[in-house]
Design a binder for this molecule. Structure first.
Ligand code: PLP
Length: 390
């Protein structure tokens, strides 16, 4: 049965062009780019080409990009580097809705005598900028605020946050794992010091990422060993995946506007259709300032996991903000931070689209969801009680 894949914020399909570009480097061209001989050394040129392509996606300079193993490593590296570069400053400022790659790293740093200030968000998932301004002090080493949220797609005003942070004299890092390749980013127009990218969110393979480090930013490497990446990230390069990431960034930059227009139209059709056909459904997060591919909806009186299991029977992939399916035992910390009631969090489902999402996939979900919701509400005593039939 064909897979209907609407879980692109979890991971994306590697595009055919990316696979084609990578293939020789998984096979006959297996040298080590650090070698003196031509067989290995020629790969160095390909890595630099990929670096240029990643840089171009965000209008950076190639020497401002280092390759990492994933978005998590990029996030950890950025925050750690800021802390080590300014050892007299002991505070991290971030938000309640960051990915665990940031939140859990900050928690770990608390055991090393750092403090973390977690900024709240409102019901729409938006930050209070005045509160952010007041929170940053002389003791703040780094402010880390994501570009766009992975669960709701809500976009933070990063240019403004970066300006405020720099004015206050702290390092600014943004986790752009969900934004890169989906939103136009011009790093020259905002004082971001570091920015994280992950390959598998933009049709490159898993296990490769990048970190932008603005020229002149104090930097302390996280992974220490050989001289690779000019000593900023040791370890023999994941050559094929780096080449794949470069190609994926090139493709994302080239077609972003047309793709976004098409993806947003599909997402909006799905959103409007579901809100109309499923009673007691509501959108989570700001409807305007949002990634064009993301839709997070709560269906009251049903369990998100039960919805996912039913969708799974039709080979439809989505994800939920409630327990277990997301690999965690806790309901979504993002929706909780937004003050969404527990009943609505438990019935939340995230659909996330990509350039490969087809019209008929949306049609299938629009057909199945009202049936599934109705059926689950009839089955569950909780749903029957809410509907007044119990
Ligand atoms: N940051 C955000 C916002 C994410 O959505 C993710 C992955 O879901 C990560 C960081 C972690 O990226 P990776 O899976 O490449 O480590």
């Amino acid at each position: 049965m064909r897979v209907t894949y609407l879980d692109n914020n979890a991971t994306t399909r590697v595009s055919d062009e990316v696979i084609e570009e990578m293939t020789p480097y998984l096979g006959e061209l297996y040298g080590n780019p650090s070698s003196m001989h031509t067989f290995g050394g020629q790969l160095h040129r390909k890595i630099e080409e990929a670096r240029g392509r990643v840089a171009e996606l965000i209008n950076a300079e190639p020497d401002e990009i280092i390759f990492t193993s994933c978005g998590t490593e990029s996030d950890n590296t950025a925050i750690m580097s800021a802390l080590e570069s300014y050892p007299q400053k002991r505070q991290i400022v971030t938000t309640r809705v960051e990915h665990p790659a940031v939140l859990n790293f900050c928690k770990t740093m608390e055991q090393k005598d750092y403090s973390t200030k977690l900024l709240p968000v409102d019901r729409l998932g938006k930050l209070n900028i005045d509160e952010l301004r007041e929170t940053i002090t002389n003791n703040t080493a780094v402010v880390s605020v994501m570009y766009a949220n992975n669960e709701t797609g809500v976009i933070f005003p990063v240019p403004e946050i970066a300006e405020i942070t720099k004015f206050r004299g702290s390092v600014f890092h943004t986790d752009a794992v969900q934004a890169a390749g989906k939103l136009p980013i011009d790093i020259k127009k905002m004082p971001i010091d570091m920015l994280s990218i992950s390959g598998h969110k933009l049709h490159a393979p898993k296990g490769v990422g990048a970190l932008y480090i603005r020229r002149g930013t104090r930097f302390s490497p996280y992974i220490i060993g050989g001289h690779q990446e000019h000593g900023r990230r040791a370890g023999t390069e994941n050559v094929a995946s780096i080449i794949g990431l470069g190609k994926a960034c090139e493709l994302a930059g080239k077609n972003m506007h047309e793709e976004n227009t098409r993806i947003k139209a599909l997402r909006d059709r799905l959103e409007q259709g579901l809100l109309k056909s499923c009673p007691d459904a509501r959108l989570n997060g700001d409807s305007e300032n949002r990634l064009p591919n993301t839709l997070n909806i709560s269906f009251e009186y049903v369990e998100g996991e039960a919805i996912l299991l039913r969708l799974n029977e039709d080979n439809i992939c989505a994800s939920s903000g409630s327990a277990c399916t997301s690999g965690s035992l806790e309901p979504s910390h993002v929706l909780r931070a937004m003050g969404i009631p527990f009943t609505a969090i438990h019935g939340s489902v995230r659909f996330s689209l990509s350039r490969y999402t087809a019209d008929d996939e949306i049609s299938l979900v629009l057909k199945r969801m009202p049936e599934i919701i109705k059926e689950l509400r009839t089955l569950s005593p909780y749903g029957r009680k809410a509907a007044g039939t119990l």
